[in-house]
Write a protein that binds this ligand. Structure first.
Ligand SMILES: [Zn+2]
Length: 139
């Protein structure tokens, strides 16, 4: 047996995303919110898109969302995904209109529909210590 294939992971130390990934490790969905005007934005930016403020905090969001759009993947883009096919790439909309990308795995992925409720799950990778957002259909 060769070495197991490592899952490709995002750069969790990117300063712009650090608070988000730390939130996931704490089983919390956190997004960037401007200190000056209260605008929440995703993806995070250096400046607020509304007032150009540069100071932010990272409030915890509700962990339920609605499927805005999705795509079911049948061909692995990386060897790690071969054992996880099919899986879905899901853009889920929070109640405040922010849309977050996450994957969905399991036998129900081919039944996913736009408008469906999904629950955020926090997928902890033991080897790397990284936690990723996973959307799980609630029905
Ligand atoms: Zn602002």
């Amino acid at each position: 047996m060769g070495n197991p294939v490592q899952r490709p992971l995002p750069d969790v130390n990117d300063p712009l995303y650090q608070m988000h990934f730390q939130g996931l490790k704490d089983n919390q969905l956190r997004v960037q919110q401007c200190d000056a005007c209260g605008q929440r934005q995703w993806p995070p930016r250096d400046l607020c898109k509304q007032c150009h403020g540069d100071r932010f905090h990272w409030p915890v969001m509700p962990d339920q969302a609605v499927v805005y759009t999705y795509s079911v993947v049948y061909r692995a883009p990386h060897p790690w995904f071969k054992d996880h096919l099919p899986y879905a790439i899901v853009v889920a909309e929070l109640e405040n209109g922010l849309r977050l990308l996450g994957n969905a795995f399991g036998e129900d992925v081919e039944k996913i529909q736009c408008g469906q409720l999904v629950q955020a799950h926090f997928q902890h990778d033991e080897d790397s210590g990284v936690c990723l957002l996973r959307w799980v259909p609630t029905c």
